[in-house]
Design a protein around this ligand. Structure first.
Ligand code: NAP
Length: 232
């Protein structure tokens, strides 16, 4: 049984990852708000805002085998309506929150025989899309962080990978999927003709945490219905 820390496990992809991983592992979950679905003997849940909170207040296990950092943003606006503050906020939640918890848990990850860190990018990092300037800038930073840390931590056998989803049916994307017309239009933009669901993104996170992925590091996996690499 591995010790897996999941930040942002209250809903969406983080919650789906907690459900899959808690079948076999001990989960230390942190999120801004709780969720009764987290009531499971293998899940130890802490309410905390990862940006303003102090993770030193949590007694993490001495050995941490996995870390999934799921908080993020979809802040879509024309460039001239994006403030510098918007860019800073997106960078904070997508990048600096991950930096903070990785720095906190690095000593614990080093003690694992098979440590794995999973971060979240977006299809909009590699594909230029209108109105995505701020989130794309932050998610490209996540991808840079992923590759740099994969290199730096390889000597300690800590793997670092990222998942780059396209539009996935969670609360974060609710505004983009709020009407049947929007849902249909979004589905049609994907080569596989549909949007994603949190379980299929979380399944990749669970795979990357598992020992089946023990020779994979420094990668960014597009789970995106083909959007990031296929043009019809
Ligand atoms: N959904 C998509 O279409 C999509 C597309 C591309 C990339 N992504 C990326 O995939 C990742 C997961 O997305 P998602 O759709 O599952 O997001 P979500 O529905 O917003 O869920 C994020 C979870 O993180 C928690 N959280 C947010 N800020 C936090 C903070 N400061 N401290 C602690 N917990 C915090 C939220 O807590 P609360 O419930 O309390 O707010 C929530 O439980 C994100 O990085 C996102 O950018 C998603």
């Amino acid at each position: 049984m591995k010790n897996i820390v999941i930040i942002g496990c209250g809903r969406g992809i983080g919650l789906a990852a907690a459900k899959i991983l808690s079948e076999e592992h001990h989960i230390i979950g942190i999120s801004k708000t709780g969720n009764p679905e987290l009531n499971h003997p293998n899940i130890e849940f802490h309410v905390m805002d990862i940006l303003s909170g102090n993770p030193d207040e949590i007694a993490f296990p001495e050995v941490v085998d996995g870390l999934v950092y799921a908080p993020g943003s979809i802040n879509l606006k024309p460039f001239n309506r994006l403030s510098v503050e918007n860019f800073k906020n997106d960078f904070e939640i997508n990048v600096l929150g991950a930096v903070k918890i990785i720095q906190k848990l690095l000593p614990n990850l080093k003690k694992s025989e098979s440590a794995s860190v999973v971060l979240f990018s977006s299809v909009a990092a590699k594909l230029g899309m209108p109105f995505h300037a701020s989130v794309s800038a932050s998610k490209n930073a996540v991808e840079g962080l992923t590759k740099s840390l994969a290199a730096e931590f390889s000597a300690q056998k800590i793997r670092v990978n990222a998942i780059a989803p396209s539009l996935t049916d969670t609360q974060l994307a609710a505004q983009l999927l709020s009407t049947p017309e929007k849902r249909e239009a979004s589905a049609k933009r994907h080569p596989l003709q549909r949007t994603g669901n949190p379980e299929e993104i979380a399944a990749m996170a669970a795979f990357l945490i598992s020992d089946h992925a023990s020779w994979i590091t420094g990668q960014v996996f597009g789970i995106d219905g083909g959007m990031g690499s296929v043009k019809l």
